[in-house]
Ligand binder design. Structure first.
Ligand code: ZN
Length: 137
């Protein structure tokens, strides 16, 4: 898929993605809306309270910060030395795994979009389409 925005807009987008106050979830929602998907937010009665859900498709998306959810092999997910943080972050990761399994047991599929992946929007778009299937309409 070719980039439909100018170089200037692209660099603005990249800067906004990297800026601290840009919420990754908002970026993913904008991408999904742009692609024509219809979704719901924070389904509280589902395991792990996924950030974005597609009820008809029974698919859920988690948008995770690399550090807080210990993205494997990611430069932003360096495990701190402190025992307190080690436990907290290891617990977070274990909770994420349990949520994905619990969703599967209910017949739901889930995927995770990592914060660092948003630097390459094209890849995120492909990941979303592969996971969700084509948008209706
Ligand atoms: Zn990462």
């Amino acid at each position: 898929v070719a980039d439909r925005v100018s170089k200037e807009t692209r660099s603005k987008i990249m800067r906004s993605i990297q800026s601290k106050d840009t919420e990754p979830e908002v970026i993913v929602r904008k991408i999904l809306t742009g692609l024509g998907y219809r979704y719901r937010l924070h389904k509280k009665d589902l395991p792990g309270r996924p950030d974005i859900v597609f009820i008809g498709r029974k698919k859920a998306i988690f948008i995770n910060g690399c550090f807080w959810h210990m993205h494997e092999g990611c430069v932003y997910a360096q495990m701190p030395e402190s025992a307190f943080w080690k436990k907290k972050l290891t617990d977070n990761k274990a909770r994420d795994k349990r949520a994905a399994t619990a969703l599967e047991e209910r017949g739901w599929l889930s995927t995770t979009i990592w914060e660092c992946e948003l630097k390459n929007r094209q890849n995120v778009i492909e990941t979303l389409i592969n996971f969700l299937g084509p948008p209706t309409r």
